[in-house]
Design a protein around this ligand. Structure first.
Ligand code: ZN
Length: 91
């Protein structure tokens, strides 16, 4: 029996909810050293191609964001995880 799957459109609602909030208040863990910080506490360099956020502890690249007039490229490879505070569904 093959494994059941659903195409990527299934992610639309969940991703829209996540990316509609301020990610700078999210907490993340560095894949390099394990340090846990708020995204707003990372060290951001603006003069790379796009924005590059580095870990304050080990200087590893946590996030890269490159914008073109019509697209955005987001690389989160340096983050082990990202913890988001979601709006209360009831209110
Ligand atoms: Zn680190």
């Amino acid at each position: 029996m093959s494994e059941t799957w659903i195409d990527g459109n299934m992610l639309a609602g969940g991703l829209r909810e996540i990316f509609a909030i301020d990610l700078t208040v999210a907490r993340t863990q560095c894949s390099g050293c394990g340090q846990t910080v708020a995204v707003a506490e990372t060290r951001v360099y603006q003069h790379a191609p796009g924005l590059v956020a580095r870990c304050r502890s080990c200087d590893a690249v946590l996030l890269r964001l490159v914008r073109t007039p019509q697209r955005a490229y987001l690389d989160l490879q340096g983050m082990r995880w990202l913890e988001l505070q979601l709006p209360d569904e009831a209110g």
